[in-house]
Design a protein around this ligand. Structure first.
Ligand code: XIL
Length: 345
């Protein structure tokens, strides 16, 4: 009996050890393998207080997207007060470490401060509010932020415009106005539109392309499209992703894969991060990168992951489910998909 117990304990111990042994070597930074930037969303609190997180951010990535602190509720919490402190510390981090900074995001229907939600005024008052919001922020980060994500998630899945607060108060023209305001404030920054499901929802993608082609015809500058790509091992098919890349590039928009993560538990089952699932995840990542490599260089704005370690992924908090969607595991060890990425870049 005693022997059996010892054997069980030993097997358990070895199992745990095995999980901690990583097969991937991350001693050379990811971005050094790539001809386009490889980015991550940064959680400012992790960056400040977690040295392992910080060292991975510095070593592996050369493009940074603030995960939250540029959003209106953080950066513009009161009508006459802009809270620059954390944003400025991230900006200095980027300058010191030679990282590209991507401005996420100016106009969105989520994470708005109460004062905007409660604001009362005419449509021209709302337009003025939006103009001040955009131009104060863009001016503050002039020559520091390389590209702005001017509008985020403006479309419904059926291809119509989302009836968000901006559309309700300013009208459908708010998107065009937002791009014009951003361009006026910093003519050198690139301007992006960002959305999800563009890789698998053709109706939505075609509406987005049609709107931004129209804006261009009207003389508004729009440089690129951010494809969030919160995808998972069940869908979309790699061929759908390939067509989306090809089509957006053929319309002459740069593509930023702007928030990539690959869920292995989209249906919230009770799962383990098995080798099989992690390999499927790695293969999907390999396919995404392979297809991204196929588009002409001038359209490759870069691939940004929505976080560093599974431990910090927004999916666990936001959807309240177990998941393992990123390049590093809970112990900050690189996963199978990390290796696949290096292999494919
Ligand atoms: C998420 C952040 O990761 C979370 O920390 C926050 O609580 C909610 O927002 N699409 C976007 C991102 O454009 O800003 C979202 O980020 C994820 C979905």
């Amino acid at each position: 009996m005693k022997i059996v117990r010892v054997l069980i304990l030993l097997t358990f111990f070895l199992g745990c050890q095995k999980e901690k042994i990583s097969k991937c070597d991350d001693s050379i930074g990811l971005f050094t393998f790539s001809s386009y930037p490889i980015g991550t969303a940064i959680d400012i609190n992790e960056l400040e207080f977690n040295p392992i997180y910080k060292s991975i951010a510095i070593k592996q990535f050369n493009s940074i997207t603030p995960e939250n602190i540029f959003k209106a509720e953080y950066i513009h919490p009161e009508p006459l007060f802009f809270n620059w402190s954390q944003a400025d510390s991230l900006t200095s981090f980027c300058e010191q470490n030679n990282k590209r900074l991507y401005g996420h995001t100016l106009i969105w229907h989520k994470q708005l401060p109460q004062w905007i939600l409660n604001f009362e005024g005419s449509s021209s008052d709302w337009e003025q509010l939006m103009k001040t919001h955009i131009q104060t922020i863009v001016t503050h980060f002039k020559n520091k932020v390389t590209a702005w994500e001017v509008v985020n998630e403006a479309f419904n899945e059926d291809g119509t415009l989302r009836n968000n607060i901006w559309k309700q108060k300013i009208g459908s023209g708010y998107i065009e106005k937002a791009f014009v305001f951003a361009q006026e404030a910093d003519p050198n920054a690139l301007l992006f539109y960002n959305d999800y499901n563009l890789e698998m929802n053709l109706t939505k993608r075609h509406s987005v392309l049609s709107l931004f082609n129209n804006l261009r015809n009207r003389g508004v500058r729009v440089d690129g499209i951010g494809m969030q790509m919160h995808v998972n091992t069940s869908y979309p098919e790699p061929s759908q992703i390939a067509s989306a890349f090809q089509e957006i590039a053929a319309n002459n928009f740069k593509i930023h894969v702007s928030e990539l993560d690959i869920s292995i538990n989209p249906f919230d089952h009770n799962i383990e991060p098995s080798e099989k699932l992690l390999t499927e995840q790695a293969n999907l990542l390999g396919n995404i990168v392979f297809n991204y490599n196929e588009i002409p260089d001038q359209y490759q704005y870069g691939i940004t992951f929505w976080g560093i370690s599974d431990k910090n992924s927004w999916i666990r908090n936001y959807y309240n489910r177990e998941d393992y969607p990123l390049l590093y595991d809970d112990n900050y060890l690189p996963k199978t998909c990390y290796c696949k990425l290096i292999e494919t870049l």
